[in-house]
Write a protein that binds this ligand. Sequence first.
Ligand SMILES: *Cc1c(COP(=O)(O)O)cnc(C)c1O
Length: 232
Amino acid sequence: MAETAMSLNAGAAPVVENLAAVRARITAACAETGRRAESVCLVAVSKTIAIEAIMPALGAGQRAFGENRVQELIAKWPPLRERFPDLELHLIGALQTNKVREALAHADCLHSLDRPKLAEAIAAERDRVQRCPKLFIQVNTGEEPQKAGIGPRETDAFIDDCRKRLGLPIVGLMCIPPHDDEPAPHFALLREMARRHGLAALSMGMTADFEIAIGFGATHVRVGSAIFGARG
Ligand SMILES: *Cc1c(COP(=O)(O)O)cnc(C)c1O
């Protein structure tokens, strides 16, 4: 597999090797807490990465990819979906309400449901097209004013509103811990909130902290630079 992928692009080797290394680290982190490696979905974050650099990851069997902008998702992925019908596309960045239509048409998962107005817009479009990606509610666990997400104190009510009144397919919670904090307490808080609501999925952990997140029950880790290298 790796050789097939490498023949697609001379610069492919690092991506294939990086991907294998990340997968091995996920397996090891799972083993440490008695989890099965299949209980963690690796979302390869391909934002700003060109298709030529993504191809080797596809060649190596990676199927879940994350983009933070709808426009980039639409520009890069629809043609690849024809070749790889089992692709799983995750939208992980802030979504403007005027992009909801495109998001619902192209994303399989949205990790960044972060405000009531967006929930309303998604529900309205879902009613129209009878289709909706799986949704994660983004929680601003660090209560950072500049960061997106529902405040921890508003999260319980927001989850209930999304599920009961709007009937949205909420599968779990997502967070991005503050840059300068220990991530562990944020992961623990997110896990506790999800548990209270019987939500099975936890999107947490990036290149710097995905093993810690797995220790706290992450089901989706969003890893970019460890796979594709530092973004320019
Ligand atoms: C870019 C991004 C990631 C991946 O970050 P890395 O540190 O490169 O692994 C994960 N989650 C979100 C929301 C992102 O925007």
